[in-house]
Design a protein around this ligand. Structure first.
Ligand SMILES: [Zn+2]
Ligand SMILES: [Zn+2]
Length: 222
């Protein structure tokens, strides 16, 4: 479904940029710390206190527009449709950043599940195109905003306190796609209507369990 070759090219290109950014970020961060706190406090305490302040300040700067279940989590709206190249690549860029920080995040692919698209439109009050990133209920933005924040060293702070992933392996239930084929209709979205004791003559109805693509959320990871 995803083109890993293309993704790898983009990522490979980003890797060098990112390692440079991290160095710069760390460097400038240390400079700020020493100028804003008293010199009598040991260096490790200064860094810790400054980090906490920065972390809170950081998230409060963003508008509270919480996706369902996103109060304490990272929710990432994407699309796997490749119709608009930039949109697809923007999704890859944010995904790469989240994966490089190894944080647990929940990807909601609007091209697989239309409810996610409606959810996104409802939260942001318009026909918004992915990618869109939310951290602890705060709307962080799309690729330009997220990359900008990363370059300033802020993204890492916004992700502070988010659990880290413990394994590199994708979910065994869905291979990381977060959806599986509906067990009731096997993906065709129609089931034979059954009313006990009555002859329904093979009458077919819309399967009530799956989405528009005959998929249900992965029971293991969603
Ligand atoms: Zn179904
Ligand atoms: Zn899964």
């Amino acid at each position: 479904m995803f083109s890993f070759d293309l993704a790898n090219d983009v990522f490979q290109e980003n890797i060098e940029n990112i390692s440079t950014c991290e160095y710069e970020t760390h460097h400038s961060c240390t400079t700020t710390t020493t100028t804003t706190t008293t010199i009598t406090v040991p260096l490790s305490d200064q860094t810790q206190r400054s980090d906490t302040m920065e972390e809170n300040k950081g998230l409060f700067d963003f508008e509270y527009k919480c996706p369902p279940g996103g109060k304490n989590a990272v929710i990432f709206y994407t699309t796997s449709l490749r119709g608009i190249r930039k949109t697809f690549e923007d999704c890859n860029t944010i995904r790469f950043l989240l994966e490089s920080f190894r944080v647990v995040y929940y990807e909601r692919d609007v091209s697989i599940h239309i409810e996610y698209r409606d959810e996104l439109w409802r939260i942001l009050g318009g026909r918004i195109v992915p990618p869109r990133l939310f951290i602890k209920g705060r709307h962080i933005g799309g690729a330009d905003e997220v990359v900008g924040l990363h370059e300033q060293g802020i993204l890492k702070k916004l992700l502070h306190g988010i659990p880290l992933i413990s394994s590199n392996l994708p979910c065994k239930g869905c291979c990381g796609i977060r959806f599986v084929l509906c067990l009731s209709c096997h993906g065709c979205c129609k089931i034979t209507y059954q009313d006990q004791g009555k002859d329904t003559n093979g009458y077919r109805i819309r399967c009530p369990k799956c989405n528009e693509n005959g998929l249900i959320k992965c029971p293991v990871c969603s």
